[in-house]
Ligand binder design. Structure first.
Ligand SMILES: [Zn+2]
Length: 111
């Protein structure tokens, strides 16, 4: 896990397109795995049901906190900023719109 605030920007349009396509592939993989886990959970009983529910919740949280989607708007494309205290990635559009709570250090992301 990163310990410092970090902005990841790609300016080249071809590379941006490749990045978006990779994110789409990973998102589809996530939804496939989530569906499989949910089916297992719905068929389980007792301790196994609780264990699978925790696994499903962790899985969803890890996806939400990952670089694939913005932690606020859930947008798949675009540049990202990582906020260590939040342990989450956000899109730079949400940063520019000041939608990320409790941020003061990252003012100039265009440099
Ligand atoms: Zn966003």
């Amino acid at each position: 896990m990163l310990k410092r605030q970090k902005v990841i920007k790609i300016k080249n349009s071809k590379l941006r397109e490749i990045r978006l396509n990779l994110r789409k592939i990973l998102m589809n993989y996530f939804y496939d795995q989530e569906s499989m886990l949910q089916a297992l959970w719905l068929g389980a009983k007792g301790d196994e049901e609780i264990s699978l529910l925790r696994k499903l919740e962790d899985f969803r949280q890890n996806y939400h906190d990952s670089i694939l989607v913005c932690g606020i708007c859930s947008k798949l494309d675009g540049d990202r900023v990582f906020i260590p205290s939040h342990k989450c990635w956000y899109c730079t559009d949400c940063l520019k719109k000041s939608l990320i709570p409790s941020l003061r250090k990252l003012k100039n992301i265009d440099s």
